[in-house]
Design a protein. Structure first.
Length: 61
């Protein structure tokens, strides 16, 4: 979760996006459940990841 905190600190995620993504990943008990994260959260996470220099998510698989 450190990466999410870094994304928030660098303002690549809003506090609301950070909270929603962190909540989703905390509740998800498996990688498969994490991949079921709503599309709007994936878009936010993917953009923040690109801005940090790496890519994540189902679109990059």
């Amino acid at each position: 979760m450190q990466t999410l905190n870094d994304m928030l600190a660098q303002k690549f995620l809003t506090p609301e996006q950070h909270f929603e993504i962190l909540s989703w990943t905390t509740r998800a008990k498996t990688p498969e459940k994490i991949l079921e994260m709503p599309p709007h959260l994936w878009r936010s996470l993917e953009l923040a990841s690109v801005l940090m220099g790496f890519e994540v998510g189902p679109a990059s698989a």
